[in-house]
Design a protein around this ligand. Structure first.
Ligand SMILES: NC(=O)c1ccc[n+]([C@@H]2O[C@H](COP(=O)([O-])OP(=O)(O)OC[C@H]3O[C@@H](n4cnc5c(N)ncnc54)[C@H](OP(=O)(O)O)[C@@H]3O)[C@@H](O)[C@H]2O)c1
Length: 368
């Protein structure tokens, strides 16, 4: 896990980034592109969608679990799109709201099917940002039987990527350059003590790492608890997806990145302190004073739609360079490398058993 001095230095740097935002990419960076922000109804997702509208996207799709939230975000973005069109004279960005509940596999499968119809045979989507996530302060299970962070942040995020990747690969021949598939990650993914995880894996006679955490007795609440674990599991799965995205010519047929926005004031904090009104009040003051705005935090998320083939697989962070990340023990140690494979096998095993479409996609992705 990252050391305490390392984490403290990241916090100090991140607070500074609140006053010193990453510069925006040049005007027109997303010109003519079709973008989908999963979890784009609020917070960092909505701010990312807004940046894409401002930077010239032709169509922006956002998702929410609820129609009213999807419609509110759509109307907000349409207002921005109209203002941009009026000032630049360019054609107005089309905004679409779609319903997606990542607590249920059938919703993820249905959403992926709908998304794949967009620009079918014409290159598909240009940039898909898998951004939805939750933090829970209580043990809440999804209808699929998984603790909600494991369900939404890990299993359904990987499922969605798996369902979309064969389609993105097929659309590559209809595009000049690869499409972008990007994940919003968190430094909480680097702050876990993973030393015992390998021993819990079924290949070592254990119950399985995900099964281990999927219990009220073992699941730790909060930012450095279940949330960090779910993001670490997603990080390992992403690193395997990066390998699968490389074609027989050694080049990526879809460019995959993860981006770390740092501490941002959004709705996600609401569950951390909700059990204590006093802490909620103090926490709100602290978050308002120290955390950056969504507009600021989303600047790095949209960079996941603008990376080059050479940057395939990079983790984009303002806290450390990619090379430093690649040498962190949580990624580079022999144990972490074994763990990555174990986690991938567990996640794909769970998904292949529960979702026939995932099994089919895995077969397609494993064939050259
Ligand atoms: N805020 C931070 O400090 C911070 C730091 C590092 C990383 N991140 C990451 O940034 C991303 C965005 O977080 P945020 O802070 O912007 O959080 P947020 O304001 O709570 O937004 C979360 C988004 O995810 C969607 N979502 C939640 N549960 C879902 C589900 N079951 N199915 C489908 N969509 C669901 C929400 O949509 P509806 O509620 O409308 O359905 C919403 O659009 C997350 O991946 C988070 O881990 C945040």
């Amino acid at each position: 896990m990252a050391s305490i001095p390392q984490i403290l230095s990241w916090i100090v740097r991140d607070v500074y980034h609140g006053w010193s935002p990453l510069p925006l990419p040049p005007a027109g960076s997303f010109a003519g592109q079709t973008v989908c922000v999963v979890g784009g109804s609020t917070g960092l997702g909505l701010a990312s969608a807004e940046h894409c509208v401002n930077l010239g996207a032709a169509e922006v799709i956002i998702t929410s679990r609820g129609a009213s939230r999807a419609n509110a975000a759509k109307e907000y973005l349409e207002g921005k799109a109209a203002a941009i069109a009026a000032t630049t004279g360019a054609s107005e960005c089309r905004v679409t709201g779609m319903i997606l509940d990542m607590n249920r596999y059938d919703s993820v499968v249905g959403f992926a099917e709908d998304l794949k119809k967009i620009k079918k045979g014409q290159g598909g989507l240009d940039f898909i940002l898998l951004n939805a996530a939750v933090i829970q302060s209580r043990f809440v299970q999804s209808p699929e039987g998984w603790q909600e962070e494991l369900q939404v942040n890990t299993l359904s995020s990987v499922l969605l990527a798996l369902l979309l990747m064969p389609w993105l690969r097929a659309e590559r021949r209809n595009r000049y350059s690869p499409a972008h598939l990007a994940f919003t990650t968190s430094s909480a993914s680097l702050a876990n003590d993973i030393s015992k995880w390998e021993g819990w894996s079924s290949q070592n006679g254990g119950e399985g790492i995900l099964n281990h955490w999927n219990k009220k007795e073992t699941w730790p609440p909060g930012l450095s608890g279940g949330y960090g674990i779910s993001k670490a599991l997603l990080m390992y799965a992403c690193r395997e997806l990066v390998k699968m995205a490389v074609g027989p010519d050694g080049k990526p047929w879809v460019i995959i990145n993860s981006m770390e926005p740092g501490m941002v004031k959004t709705e996600i904090q609401r569950h951390i302190l909700e059990n204590s009104p006093a802490l909620e009040f103090l926490g709100d003051i602290f978050v308002s004073a120290v955390f950056k705005t969504s507009e600021n935090g989303a600047r790095i998320l949209i960079m996941g739609g603008l990376t080059t083939e050479e940057e395939h697989g990079h983790r984009l962070s303002r806290l450390y360079p990619h090379e430093e990340y690649m040498n962190m023990p949580v990624v580079a140690s022999p144990m972490a490398k074994r763990l990555q494979q174990i986690v991938w096998n567990e996640i794909t095993g769970i998904l292949a058993k529960a979702v026939p479409e995932a099994k089919q996609c895995l077969t397609e992705l494993r064939s050259p």
